[in-house]
Design a protein around this ligand. Structure first.
Ligand code: BES
Ligand code: ZN
Ligand code: ZN
Length: 473
């Protein structure tokens, strides 16, 4: 059977065929005015619960017969896109399955389009579960589609984010290299994009030596996915994503705790696909290309070794110091290939270094760019989108730390600047005339919060979507 990604649930209806329960999304200020117009039964409940309209607060109001009457949900003036997820989650916790299944929830009049779109996105994301392999009798509350919300944007955002989650969460015995390529093909077909894949020995023949070398130890063949979409006359944007379906570290084997979550090492590829699906669904006027170097970093008699010297597609020779620095190798060949086509913008997403996490924690991808103007622009824009990415420098003072005694370059820098070494390494393979952004991301939600369960997660997808949108339309 060919692999299929789980279906993404959209917990919305366009017409309410069941009784409706209104949800009043109110700011602190609006709560005061609203309360004045209510009867004593409601006022007393609001008072005794201490509901004040702060974001994250939810209150289920009863009528004087004790029946559910309406729901209050606190929301900020400029809400975060996950705020409505708190309400959706409170409903699941506090109301019975029977009640939820017999009702439809509706956003009461008030919020404008931008807020309504965020309410819809948060609601949709709250419905996400990864339950292919676990019994789950959770019932998802259904929202009457808020007519003034931007449906295309909400759908594309939910789909992009849930695609990332599903790809990352799928266990590594199930999502092999073929399966990741297959998922990419399905996404391409959904949007009528062109799909090509170069696989196994063919990678060697067509000169992708480093993708081949990293993947050569695994019976699951390495591959390079190549998706193209859009009009030739539009500006070329290429997105590359690190697709290591599992990172054991190779012969430099990772210790147990470090290996534990390494199914997420294809998180870069998942981000590239999630972002591409958003761009295609919302038809941004760009000529899009997605390149995914896919491999399993496995251990066998045939593994590449510390001490090996690889000749890259670009011709630069690379000495392997550490087989656990595999991501930069596969991505380097893909960046070389991408550069040959001279895109106007080249982006790569990689779960590349632990050092980026030491610098910025789990939630904030580090980004690097050879275009100084992007540094402040992207950082600002990412904060506005509640999807922070933070710059680190491509400091050329550290270039010498990438020297090897026997090759042009080494795959593990000397010194402490691990994330910068990763960026500097990749930069050698990018044509300097091309605007390039490298994101070193975690692709994982460590703790879980409303609308963002523990597990595979987007970090820096929406930020880049808006960056591309602003630049080209
Ligand atoms: N996939 C890892 C990086 C990683 C580890 C990302 C933990 C997120 C969480 C990558 O392939 C790796 O192992 N990097 C090494 C590089 C080092 C050997 C130069 C690292 O960061 O330790
Ligand atoms: Zn590694
Ligand atoms: Zn890795």
């Amino acid at each position: 059977m060919t692999f299929k990604l789980p279906k993404i649930s959209f917990p919305f209806v366009k017409k309410a065929a069941k009784p409706v329960v209104f949800i009043h999304f109110l700011t602190e200020k609006e709560t005061k005015d609203w309360l004045k117009k209510q009867d004593k039964t409601a006022q007393n409940q609001v008072k005794s619960a201490g509901f004040s309209g702060n974001k994250g607060e939810t209150l289920i109001l009863k009528d004087n017969k004790g029946q559910v009457d309406k729901i209050l949900a606190g929301i900020s003036e400029k809400p975060h896109y996950l705020e409505s997820a708190t309400a959706a989650q409170a409903i699941q916790k506090e109301l019975s399955k029977d009640f939820i299944s017999k009702h439809v929830f509706e956003v009461a009049k008030g919020p404008k389009t931008e807020t309504l779109t965020k309410i819809a996105i948060g609601w949709g994301l709250a419905a996400y579960t990864f339950d292919q392999y676990k019994k789950n009798d959770r019932l998802i509350p259904v929202l009457l589609w808020p007519a003034k919300a931007d449906e295309k944007e909400a759908r594309a955002t939910i789909e992009g984010i849930c695609t990332i989650r599903n790809l990352i969460n799928t266990p590594p015995n199930i999502l092999g290299t073929d399966e990741l390529a297959r998922a990419a093909k399905d996404i391409a077909e959904t949007h009528k994009a062109k799909f090509k894949v170069i696989k196994g020995e063919e990678l060697k023949k067509q000169n992708f030596p480093m993708i081949y070398a990293v993947g050569q130890a695994s019976p699951r063949k390495p591959q390079l996915v190549d998706i193209k979409w859009g009009k030739a006359k539009d500006p070329k944007v290429t997105i590359v994503g690190k697709g290591i379906i599992y990172d054991t570290g190779g012969l430099n084997l990772k210790p147990p705790q470090a290996m534990r979550d390494m199914k997420k090492d294809m998180g870069g590829a998942a981000h590239a696909l999630g972002l591409a699906s958003m761009i295609m669904a919302l038809k941004l006027p760009v000529n899009l290309r997605v390149l995914l170097p896919i491999a399993e970093n496995a251990v066998s008699g045939n593994s590449y070794r510390p001490g090996d010297v690889l000749t890259s597609r670009k011709g630069i020779t690379v000495e392997i110091d550490d087989t656990d620095a595999e991501g930069r190798l596969v991505v380097a060949d893909a960046l070389t290939y991408a550069s040959e086509d001279k895109p106007g913008l080249l982006i790569d997403y990689c779960t590349l270094t632990g050092a980026a996490r030491v610098a910025l924690g789990y939630d904030i991808p580090a980004f690097f760019s050879n275009n100084e103007d992007f540094i402040d622009d992207l950082r600002h824009l990412s904060l506005k989108q509640d999807d922070p990415v933070w710059p680190l420098p491509l400091w050329d003072g550290y270039e010498k730390e990438m020297d090897s005694n026997v090759a042009d370059l080494i795959n593990n820098g000397k010194g402490r600047a691990g994330a910068i070494h990763g960026g500097l390494f990749l930069q050698r393979f990018v044509d300097p005339s091309i605007d390039w952004i490298h994101l070193d991301c975690y692709a994982w939600e460590q703790n879980g919060k409303p609308g963002r369960p523990q597990g595979g997660a987007d970090t820096g997808m929406r930020a880049l979507f808006h960056f591309i949108k602003n630049r080209y339309s």
